[in-house]
Ligand binder design. Structure first.
Ligand code: NAP
Length: 297
């Protein structure tokens, strides 16, 4: 058996076309243009590159986009005041602060200062609490877990009643996706096991999974004999395992031994080109959702 490849690159293209139509609808029906501000402190090259990708995507969808670059030596108080200004700006529906922040700034304090109504990253404790409650309480799903769920659902994988094993319990991937897969409703209703470095018999847990989601940050952690034949495997890991001198780009690998795993799995995401392209797409989806929510009386 050779697994079907679940392409995040292809799904991103489909979803961006859908989101483009939604922007046209909200603009023509309500005169509302989704507004997103990206705040970048300093000039860390990786952050500059992430931010420019977000801005490019926002522009391609016709958003009102503000790129707010601040100097490395901005004080915490100044940054908090800036966020407060955007919290109160009705043309802005989503506020992003690119991490990491310089050491003299408390990143948690800054992220918690973003209004939960404009927290399109979905990291604010209010939004994580809403995620736990589920159903209509949910405002914004965190972007990477939301992208994982889209990949699973749109690849035609049945989640209801499925055994899902999530490897990794970070606040940005493992914990939220485990909660989402266990919620009642579409794309959920699964039986979820969350494993981590404290788990015994990692392989035995993984072998039970109809859907295996791996977010550990350990290249090649998941071996082919940990995969149930026919399972859907979502590899979230992005690990730099070398450098390609010809392309001047890092060589990336996931947490799953891809070539061997695809001989066993039913469906599998590649790295790169799997979960990665979905994260910014879901950020755009959250911003449009925020614009709709702000139209409510
Ligand atoms: P993280 O905060 O470092 O968390 C890693 C989790 O994996 C921890 O819960 C850790 O367990 C667990 N873990 C590590 N080694 C393990 C092992 N040998 N056996 C079992 N569990 C193990 O990482 P993260 O932020 O969730 O990211 C995980 C990976 O996903 C990284 O490669 C990251 O680059 C990638 N990522 C990709 C995207 C994307 O858009 N594609 C987005 C976010 C992250 P403990 O809690 O016990 O330490």
């Amino acid at each position: 058996m050779t697994a079907e490849i679940i392409s995040g690159t292809a799904l991103r293209a489909t979803m961006l076309a859908e989101l483009h139509d939604e922007v046209t609808t909200i603009r023509s029906r309500h005169g509302c243009v989704p507004g997103l501000v990206t705040i970048l402190v300093g000039s860390n090259p990786a952050s500059v590159s992430y931010v420019s990708l977000k801005i490019k995507t926002a522009n391609s969808l016709g958003f009102h986009e503000i790129q707010d670059n601040q100097p490395e030596d901005i004080t915490e108080a100044e940054l908090l005041a800036l966020i407060d200004r955007y919290n109160n700006d009705p043309s802005i529906h989503g506020i992003l602060v690119q991490l990491p922040l310089p050491r003299h700034i408390d990143a948690t304090k800054v992220l918690y200062a973003i209004s939960p109504e404009k927290d399109v990253d979905g990291f604010h404790p209010v939004n994580l609490g809403r995620l736990l409650i589920g159903g209509k309480a949910v405002n914004f799903l965190p972007c990477t877990p939301a992208g994982i769920q889209e990949l699973i659902v749109r690849s035609g994988t049945e989640t209801s009643g499925a055994e899902v094993v999530v490897v990794g319990r970070s606040n940005i991937v493992g914990k939220p996706i485990a909660v989402m897969m266990g919620q009642k409703g579409k794309g959920g209703n699964a039986t979820v096991t969350l494993v981590h470095t404290g788990s015994r018999e990692l392989g035995a847990h993984c072998r039970r999974a109809d859907i295996l989601i791996v977010a550990a940050g350990v290249p090649g952690l998941v071996k082919p004999d940990w995969i149930k034949p026919g399972a859907t495997v979502i590899d979230v890991g992005v690990n730099r395992v070398g450098f390609n001198e010809e392309t001047s780009k890092p060589i990336l690998s996931g947490d799953v031994d891809f070539e061997a795993a695809r001989q066993v799995a039913g469906k599998i995401t590649p790295v790169p080109g799997g979960v990665g392209p979905m994260t910014i797409t879901m950020l755009m989806k959250n911003t449009i959702r925020s614009a709709w929510l702000h139209l409510r009386p």
